[in-house]
Design a protein around this ligand. Structure first.
Ligand code: NAG
Ligand code: NAG
Ligand code: NAG
Length: 509
């Protein structure tokens, strides 16, 4: 989309972008108040997790207390008494999460065989959703107790420093009304978030004191680079790589943090198809950094343990589509269609799908080419295709084939519509898979099985479809965007994915 809108960009704007970066004017971004670590501790006082490792570890604070040359941060550091070093905090969080994971395993061994597991749920389960089916939670989350603890530790401790260098539109801004929306929303929500967190949890991750940060965010938008610095139809990605290289050079020369870790505690986020390509601009970012990407194609170098898979979400108006979210999504019994798809013939997966299934059986298995074929090009007031959401709410399965790239906004749309997503892709590392078991709320069909797709879906027994839909309802909150962010929503789940990478912990089990 941005690619199409990039008309009019010229070499002049590329040079302009370089000047902006090289001059690296510090922008004044909102007003972040000083971190108040003690107040966030109070918020979760009940979940205290004093770690034995924290006090027994030799302090490595000399290095970690290195203060940047900026007078702002020097002043902040003096005013904020440091209780634990950043590394000690991470150790304490790791220990608490591992304890929770072990408790969980013990409970399963001891409690479940005795048949007493059902009525008396764990704190974690209660926290996920009061009254929720214990077995459902256990099947959807890899390790509910460890995730609960990890998330709480994140809320309590995780601090991200956002580099202030650079100016919009390429830095500190991103698209807000298209398929790459999450770039703009993530940057905006992170930059606007100042401690203390709003009631009910959520915010508070940003710190203006880099000495207290566990992670460092590079706030560039690859979509905006494509819009402003890419020459249409050239497929030349050199300007994107050059901007990334320039930005990393600037922050590495002005602050000590990049060189300290060779980029390993730094992250970027891009939803654009060319995010991975842009990350090649700086070899250390590409090799060591945490890359949060929608284009999470493992065949193209996406590393599930180190990178973060970000859901793609298309907000036509900048808001979540109301037609998908309200009124409440129909139950399976009111869904006459087995499966639904409408979309363009982008890439080989779509081509295969459309060649086999387009027009095959519109009453049961509606598959349309072009998003708007079924609505004859008419659109709703908010720009969304006329009947697209209507179909999603009346199908039991929603087909989510890869397009030119692996990710598809249909996955999130299907979840919003409580339609079980059918993932048709090869090599797609799914979002939040470190926490969620996708097989509990979606169906993955290998591209090679597309010719048998209808049969595969028809063979899934009704109670199983029922169970999958309940899984979809349970995870829906993780795919919602709120303004400001809410506990466990998409913004915070992305942040949690970064937190886990920074901890270098796996929650599997
Ligand atoms: C189980 O229920 C008992 C009695 O209400 C309560 O004391 C105990 O804390 C509960 N255990 C869990 C793990 O919820
Ligand atoms: C970090 O390393 C680069 C490359 O060696 C160097 O140019 C830069 O000055 C260093 N940054 C700091 C803050 O020392
Ligand atoms: C993923 O990457 C591989 C290797 O570059 C490519 O052949 C494939 O088409 C990509 N998948 C999608 C859906 O774009």
């Amino acid at each position: 989309m941005s690619r199409r809108r990039s008309g009019g960009c010229s070499g002049a704007s590329v040079r302009a972008a370089f000047v902006i970066l090289t001059v690296a004017l510090s922008t004044v971004l909102g007003t972040c108040s000083v971190d108040d670590i003690s107040s966030s501790n109070e918020l979760f006082a009940s979940s205290s997790s004093s770690s034995p490792t924290a006090s027994s570890r030799p302090a490595r604070s000399e290095q970690l207390l290195l203060v940047s040359s900026s007078s702002l941060t020097t002043e902040r550091s003096r005013r904020t008494p440091l209780k634990m070093s950043v590394e000690q905090e991470l150790d304490a969080a790791r220990a608490a999460i591992q304890r929770a994971a072990r408790r969980r395993r013990r409970r399963r061994r001891v409690v479940d065989p005795a048949g007493r597991g059902s009525g008396n749920v764990t704190t974690a389960d209660e926290w996920f959703e009061a009254g929720v089916d214990h077995a459902l939670v256990a099947s959807v989350y890899r390790n509910p107790a460890a995730f609960h603890r990890s998330y709480r530790e994140m809320e309590r401790r995780f601090k991200v420093y956002v580099y202030e260098e650079g100016e919009p539109p390429i830095l500190h801004a991103g698209p807000c009304k298209d398929i790459y929306t999450i770039e703009g929303r993530f940057i905006e929500q992170l930059e606007l978030m100042a401690p203390p967190p709003p009631a009910g949890g959520g915010g508070g991750a940003r710190t203006s004191d880099p000495a207290r940060a566990h992670a460092f965010f590079l706030p560039f938008s690859v979509s905006k680079m494509v819009q402003f610095a890419y020459r249409p139809d050239t497929y030349d990605k050199t300007p994107l790589r050059a901007i990334v290289a320039d930005y990393v050079r600037v922050v590495a020369s002005r602050h000590p943090y990049w060189n300290r870790s060779a980029g390993a505690d730094h992250f970027m986020l891009s939803c654009h198809d060319w995010g991975p390509e842009a990350s090649r601009g700086h070899p250390e970012l590409h090799a060591n950094g945490i890359r949060a990407l929608c284009n999470a194609n493992t065949s193209e170098g996406f590393r599930p343990g180190q990178d973060v898979s970000v859901p793609e979400i298309n907000l036509y108006t900048g808001d979540m589509p109301r037609q998908l979210l309200a009124p409440p999504a129909p139950p399976l019994a009111s869904r006459p269609f087995l499966a639904f798809f409408a979309g363009g013939r982008h890439g080989h997966v779509r081509d295969l799908l459309l060649r086999r299934w387009k027009g095959h059986d519109p009453d049961v298995f509606p598959v349309y080419e072009h998003e708007h074929e079924h609505s004859h090009g008419r659109r709703q007031q908010d720009g969304a295709p006329l009947d697209y959401y209507w179909y999603m709410r009346r199908a039991r399965f929603c087909l989510c084939p890869s397009g030119y790239e692996v990710a598809s906004p249909r996955v999130v749309e299907a979840i919003h519509a409580e339609c079980v997503p059918v993932i048709l892709s090869d090599g797609y590392a799914l979002p939040f898979a470190d926490v969620l078991r996708w097989e509990a709320f979606s169906v993955a069909v290998p591209v090679a099985d597309i010719p048998r797709l209808r049969e595969v879906l028809e063979r899934i027994p009704a109670p199983e479809v029922e169970r999958l839909q309940r899984g979809v309802r349970l995870v829906k909150r993780h795919f919602m965007l709120h303004q400001p962010p809410e506990r466990l929503d998409m913004f915070n789940m992305i942040l949690h994915s970064v937190w886990l990478r920074r901890l270098n912990l796996r929650l599997n089990r």
